[in-house]
Design a protein around this ligand. Structure first.
Ligand code: C2E
Ligand code: MG
Ligand code: MG
Length: 613
């Protein structure tokens, strides 16, 4: 037996797809709870997929016809019939439904309120109107209200295909929503510890500072950095390092109050915002944290003592804004670390920041004049064609005292001081020059990373057009990589610049996808051709963790007509799985690490000779 309706005096049972009624006063409204559970029913050897229908219908006979038609189509139908708004709400509260079917012209319950109620209960629930008399106008009105389809009661032949299609579409909608929610969560949380990340910490600190300034109260910020974390990683491995970070996150959360924000800023650095705390309160909290962390933590059978250095900055004593507090707590943390004292409160006498920053800026200017910046290139492999299609230019600074510096150590400074624009010009010019005459066929695309600030430069498109003309390079041989936060400072101006670059025929790539602030819908607004999945998701493939995100991102990007590239491919397994998932291209150390132009060119020649990519 597939289902039983509970009603005052009678029952309807469905056997092998047909109704048996024992009364003409049939009043099916609720299913017995036990009949609603379970997803697949077996009739003989046949496995029937279950279908939970919420039927908004005042006619028992019409309800029976619908159930019969779907049962005949092979479903194990579980149905609840309702005909009042309150009953719809109760049914939605009670359980999840696969589909809702509503009679269009019920006297006591019109179509629009029915749709509203359903949308409030489950935004993705497929919804079909049925009517005996629906005319074209009413049908159009029903679709406008948000129905997915409408069916004539006199002709139920369209019911089954319509239900099947809507179930499929709802699956896609739900999957998409799930991925968007996950991405939205990841934009503000650290994947390893699930603590708020730097972006969310900044928001909360900013908010707390505003409140404290307005109300004349205090606020403290603690920055915490683990001592010897690198040694733990080096000696016990990254897995143990990750466990230590999770241990610290859990201890911090358990030690502090609900109103305090605990965040992971990256690496082994954590931050704590203590609303209403003054310097003494902050010192007490800091000591409590150190005491808690001093309890041994057992990882892979080994007992470890985690030690940390804590820097304290307070509002109003040390600053009034989030940025100032962060900077000063950072200075204090370095003092705590270098002095080996565990906890330090910010002191102006120990703040070398201003001096260090000024020195770096003048060194940067000198570096630009003396050509200390150079490029490395990382090849990009087309996974399906198994050939190299382009390279990404990555800037390095050959610092006279500090040696080779990576972008993480100087791009921020360049952005804050405006020196990013001359640097970008040098990078684009060098990239075009070094790859304009490679002799490879087809020509490789060279991709350059752009900072948000660069897009505010109104003559950037003209300057790029000039550079392409000088080297006789077609615009399609240049790609520009932008990130999701590119439109944050001046959206109209940045968008205008992007559109001009796109109209010139330059490829635009959305880099580090999944780490920014936006959702997939944001993508449609940007004139991009390509999407680059951030390496953190590719790294997560090994554990199966991020598989759903990567797979859905590939599918959704393809649906939007975008090419998908994965970055950070570090092993064969990741490359194979990305290829299987339909990812178009990939780059990473497994394919080739970044290297100078001539090294990459030799490598490309060898690959061609060997008949490899
Ligand atoms: P990105 O554009 O996402 O570049 C990829 C980064 O991943 C590069 O780091 C590259 O060396 C690294 N990488 C390559 N393969 C692997 C791998 O298999 N595993 C892992 N874990 N990493 C891999 P790099 O060179 O340090 O650059 C870091 C970031 O700096 C870049 O990220 C980009 O956002 C920025 N950047 C680089 N060059 C420039 C530039 O000329 N201008 C601007 N504005 N930003 C740049
Ligand atoms: Mg990039
Ligand atoms: Mg990237």
């Amino acid at each position: 037996m597939s289902f039983v309706w509970r009603k005052p005096n009678e029952s309807v049972t469905l056997l092998n797809g047909s109704f048996q009624t024992r009364s003409s006063t049939l009043c099916p409204n609720t299913l017995l709870p036990q009949q609603m559970i379970g997803t697949v029913a077996r009739v003989g050897n046949l496995v029937r997929p279950s279908l939970r229908i919420l039927l908004i219908e005042d006619s028992v006979d019409d309800a029976s016809l619908v159930v019969c038609e779907l049962a005949r189509g092979g479903y194990d139908v579980m149905c609840e019939r309702v005909d009042r708004p309150a009953a719809v709400v109760a049914a939605l509260d009670r359980q999840a439904w696969d589909i809702a079917i509503a009679s269009y012209g019920m006297p006591a319950f019109a179509g629009a309120p029915a749709i509203d109620l359903l949308r409030q209960g489950d935004a993705d629930l497929p919804f079909i109107f049925m009517s005996g008399t629906i005319g074209e106008d009413a049908a159009v009105a029903a679709m406008r209200m948000g129905a997915h389809d409408y069916i004539m009661k006199g002709n139920l032949t369209r019911l089954l295909p319509a239900v099947e299609r809507e179930l499929r579409d709802a699956g896609v909608r739900r999957e998409r929503r799930r991925v968007e929610q996950r991405l939205a969560h990841l934009a503000y949380h650290d994947a390893l510890t699930d603590l708020p990340n730097r972006a969310l910490l900044h928001d909360r600190l900013d908010q707390a500072a505003r409140v404290a300034n307005r109300e004349g109260t205090t606020l403290a910020l603690l920055l915490l950095d683990l001592n010897g974390f690198k040694e733990i990683n080096d000696t016990l491995g990254h897995h143990a390092g990750d466990r230590v970070l999770q241990f610290v996150a859990a201890r911090l959360r358990a030690t502090l109050r609900e109103v305090d924000t605990v965040a992971r800023l990256g690496g082994d650095e954590f931050a704590v915002v203590l609303p209403l705390a003054d310097i003494n309160g902050a010192l007490l909290a800091a000591q409590k944290i150190l005491d808690e962390l001093a309890q041994p933590c057992v990882i892979d059978g080994q007992s470890l003592i985690v030690r940390a250095s804590l820097g304290v900055a307070c509002l109003p004593e040390h600053g009034a804004s989030a940025d100032t507090l962060l900077r000063k707590a950072d200075v204090a943390m370095y003092v705590a670390k270098s002095d080996g004292v565990g906890i330090a409160v910010y002191a102006p006498t120990r703040d070398r920041h201003t001096h260090r920053r000024l020195t770096l800026i003048s060194q940067f200017r000198k570096g630009l004049d003396e050509s200390q910046f150079f490029l490395e290139y990382q090849p990009m492999l087309h996974l399906q064609k198994n050939m190299i299609i382009g390279v990404e230019a990555l800037v390095r600074w050959n610092h006279p005292q500090q040696g080779r510096l990576l972008p993480a150590e100087f791009i921020d400074l360049a952005e804050q001081t405006g020196l990013i624009n001359p640097l970008t010009t040098i990078v684009i010019e060098t990239a075009i020059r070094e790859w304009s005459q490679t002799g490879t066929e087809p020509r490789l695309t060279v991709a350059v990373n752009l900072s948000p600030r660069t897009l505010l430069d109104p003559i950037l498109p003209l300057r790029i057009a000039d550079m392409l003309a000088v080297y006789g390079a077609p615009p399609s041989s240049l790609a520009l990589e932008i990130t999701e936060n590119i439109l944050m400072s001046d959206p109209a101006r940045s968008m205008d610049c992007l559109q001009r670059l796109h109209a010139m025929g330059i490829r635009l790539v959305l880099d580090d996808f999944g780490t920014g602030y936006s959702s997939l819908s944001y993508l449609r607004r940007l004139p991009v051709d390509e999407l680059k999945i951030d390496r953190s998701f590719v790294a997560g493939l090994a554990s199966g963790l991020d598989e759903v995100i990567v797979r859905s991102t590939i599918d959704l990007a393809h649906n939007l007509g975008l090419t998908v590239v994965a970055e950070g491919v570090e092993n064969e397994n990741a490359q194979t799985r990305l290829c299987e998932m339909g990812c178009d291209a990939a780059q990473g150390t497994f394919i080739s690490p970044p290297a100078g132009a001539s090294v990459v060119r030799d490598w490309l020649r060898r690959q061609t000779l060997l008949g490899l990519p």
